[in-house]
Design a protein around this ligand. Structure first.
Ligand SMILES: Nc1ncnc2c1ncn2[C@@H]1O[C@H](COP(=O)(O)OP(=O)(O)OP(=O)(O)O)[C@@H](O)[C@H]1O
Ligand SMILES: [Mg+2]
Length: 470
């Protein structure tokens, strides 16, 4: 049999080269050539030339009329871990592939060990492939989690072909690969963890999942920049992408769905890391509030809506004299958005931070991507700049546009109800989110509707009776 030859494909232009080169011979880009396994000899793409060789394949794939295909609803198996099922859209799906990413040590292996054990106890065969830790290490973790009698099948293996062979023999209901970066295929010469290996291994495992009905969960590492190590193409290949978030210094962890072919995205699961593993937090609305005895400048509570549940998150801002090139830093919020909000604050509300360092932080390591955070970020900045705290029990939400208009946030009523339930007393919200005039008070929560950002800043001044410009 002819030896299979590997080729190198440029990720920029798609050009190929028989050898690895630093520079793509076709487009001249540097470091873009990625190893790719060759198609098996005698078949594959190379032989397909218009007409003649396609003829041999005629009829090999059948056509079906869409209306005649039975629309089988996906069968979900709850993992028994409620918060995880919530992000998955009800449970694992047979043949579904899930990618779980997250910082080192955040709890990926812990959660998956707990989930596989629960599934195994529910009578589903669960197989855990560990490429990072030895069997003994996983057993040690199991003991700590109180799962010393776990019947989960464990395999310490990193070679893809062996893993696939084992999976094919046992056909488990769920297989966890911890992690995809440690697995390698001997069809490729590049090192485990390289883009080519990760992509190739994930593609094979995905194919296996679809063909066998085994639900596959891939664990992926996250780089320092916060992206999943390996190509983003992995996110396209799989059905569901979950990310672990949270500050490793606090015990709370969020699992967020950023893609789900079988359920809603942006649903989050909330956990607390305990000595005995991750425990679901059923009512997370108040966990991201820091406990100030007295209100402090630069702190505003945002009512954010994560999936189906509103949550209150403290937004902190610190505005301080900057050097010749003032810094803008944000943790948990987008930095580009911060720059935009500062420009809007200046232009429309006359709040100038040009010569100031501005730092913004969402408490508890939560990442907030919804624009409804805008108003609270701006109010926190204004409060820090003036050195005046907002009143006790103050909440805000609302998107702010470039023209200085305050736009409504989705499901405002729900957000307001949650704030009222938690005992907040003053809310500044977009006009369209405020209830009708007759009832501007909701269970002790006084609601101030605003249409423009300058109105919100003006309101701050009138609240504490200070009319000086910030
Ligand atoms: N005795 C303990 N008590 C409380 N928490 C613990 C204990 N032992 C470990 N942990 C927590 O478990 C975390 C490790 O979890 P885990 O190994 O599941 O993370 P991971 O995301 O799989 O990490 P990696 O990327 O290294 O594989 C630790 O960071 C710590 O927070
Ligand atoms: Mg791990």
């Amino acid at each position: 049999m002819a030896k299979e030859k590997t080729t190198y494909v440029c990720s920029e232009c798609g050009g190929t080269s028989p050898r690895w080169l630093g520079k793509c011979p076709a487009c001249g880009a540097w470091n873009t050539l990625i190893e790719q396994a060759a198609a098996p000899a005698g078949g594959g793409a190379q032989n397909n030339r218009f007409g003649q060789s396609y003829a041999a394949l005629a009829g090999s794939s059948e056509l079906a009329v869409l209306a005649e295909i039975e629309a089988a609803d996906v069968a979900r198996t709850p993992t028994g871990i409620e918060e995880l099922d919530r992000v998955l859209g009800g449970g694992i799906v047979a043949g579904g592939v899930t990618l779980i990413g997250g910082d080192p040590g955040i709890g990926k292996s812990t959660l998956l060990l707990q989930a596989t054990d629960a599934l195994q106890n529910a009578g589903q065969m669960a197989l855990y492939v560990t490429g990072e830790e030895s069997g003994a290490q996983v057993a040690l973790r199991a003991r700590r989690l109180g799962l010393e009698r776990s019947q989960v099948q464990l395999m310490a293996e990193i070679q893809l072909e062996k893993i696939l062979a084992t999976l094919d023999t046992h056909r488990p209901a769920i297989a966890v690969i911890d992690s995809i970066q440690t697995i390698y295929s001997d069809q490729l010469t590049s090192a485990p963890g390289s883009v080519a290996q990760v992509r190739e291994c994930a593609a094979h495992l995905t194919r296996f999942a679809k063909a066998s009905g085994t639900a596959v969960v891939l664990v992926g590492h996250v780089t320092k920049e916060g992206a999943l190590a390996g190509p983003r193409v992995l996110e396209h290949m799989v059905d569901t992408v979950l990310y672990f978030e949270g500050d490793t210094h606090s015990s709370f962890r969020l699992v967020r769905a950023i893609k789900n072919r079988f359920g809603a995205v942006n649903e989050i699961g909330v956990f607390a890391m305990t000595e005995r593993g991750l425990r679901g937090v059923a009512n997370p609305s108040a966990i991201f509030l820091s406990q100030h005895e007295q209100p402090v400048p630069g702190s505003v509570v945002l009512v954010t809506l994560e999936g189906t549940r509103p949550m209150l998150v403290e937004i902190q801002a610190l505005v301080d004299d900057g050097g010749p090139s003032p810094r803008r830093l944000s943790v948990g919020l987008e930095r580009d958005r911060l720059a935009m909000l500062l420009a809007v604050l200046h232009r429309h509300a006359g709040v100038a931070c040009m010569d100031q360092d501005v730092f913004v932080n969402a408490v508890g390591g939560v990442r907030i991507s919804e624009p409804a955070a805008d108003l609270s970020v701006m109010l926190a900045i204004a409060s820090s700049l003036r050195g005046k705290p907002l009143p006790k029990g103050f909440v805000a939400f609302g998107e702010v546009g470039l023209a200085g208009e305050v736009r409504p946030a989705p499901r405002g009523q729900e957000r307001l109800r949650e704030a009222a339930k938690l005992g907040f007393s003053i809310a500044v919200v977009p006009k369209a989110n405020a209830p009708k005039k007759a009832m501007r008070e909701l269970e002790g929560l006084t609601i101030h509707p605003v249409e423009r950002v300058e109105q919100a800043i003006e309101l701050l001044r009138s609240i504490d009776g200070d009319n000086r410009a910030p």
